[in-house]
Every structure is written in C-alpha cells, then in structure tokens.
Write a protein that binds this ligand. Structure first.
Ligand code: FE
Length: 134
C-alpha cells in the first residue's frame, strides 16, 4: 500500500480556490440538486478526479445510470482513495463518501447498486472533474 499525500488547506485557502457552490458541497457537505449536475448524463471514457485536489476517484468503467439524478458508480478506482463515515444528518443514517486525500465531501454510498459490488456511490458532479482517456 502506498502512503497517499494528504492535502491540507485552511477554510480561507479553500474559499480562494473553490467557487461558492463548490465550497458549499465539498467543504460544507452540501448536495447539488438532482438531475442538474454536468456528469449525470456523461458517458465518455476517462476518470473522475477530486475537484478539491485531483485525487483519482472513479472510472467511467464503473459508472452506470442509477436513475437517482446524480452520477453513480459501483466502485471507486481504489478503496484507498476514498474514506467513508457514518452520517446522521437530516434524520437519516447514511454513509458519507469523502476524498481520502483532501477530506472533501463527495456524496454517499448505498447498498442498492448493480453487480459486481452491489454498491451505489452517489456522487455530486461538482465534487468531480473529468479527465478524458482516448
Ligand atoms: Fe480531494
């Protein structure tokens, strides 16, 4: 296992590099409205990296249409690249998904996904940047 470089920034530093919308979702655990994100209907081959730090998070190979309104993946590129945490906000028990490198909020993971994992990583488009692979 490789030791990942951690990205640590102050709140003010984050505000300087992120838009207000990005700051709200990545650093304040916000959620973009469903069916609005730029990657919900996005089918190019490539990888999705963290909008906060560039950490490689999800591959287009694991992307599928969940019908949820958010980009959905059945697995991350590496389980070392994400972190999960129990989230009790809004009166629900959910599992939050965060970037393991910079701690930014990505979305949540649910156990109603397709095979081979049965998992649905439900991720905000705003938390991601797409890198095309030809
Ligand atoms: Fe990150």
């Amino acid at each position: 296992m490789t030791l990942k470089k951690k990205v640590i920034r102050t709140e003010n530093e984050w505000k300087q590099i992120l838009s207000p919308e990005e700051f709200y979702i990545l650093r304040e655990k916000g959620t973009e409205p469903p069916f609005t994100g730029k990657y919900y209907h996005h089918h190019e081959n490539g990888i999705y990296v963290c909008a906060g730090c560039g950490n490689e998070l999800f591959s287009s190979v694991a992307k599928y249409d969940s019908g949820s309104g958010w980009p959905s993946f059945f697995e991350p590129i590496s389980y070392d690249n994400i972190e999960t945490e129990v989230d009790y906000s809004y009166g629900m028990k959910r599992i939050e998904v965060k970037c393991a490198s910079c701690g930014s909020h990505l979305g949540h993971v649910f156990n109603d996904g397709p095979m081979p994992t049965g998992m649905r990583y439900c991720i905000n488009s705003i938390s991601l940047r797409f890198k095309k692979i030809d």
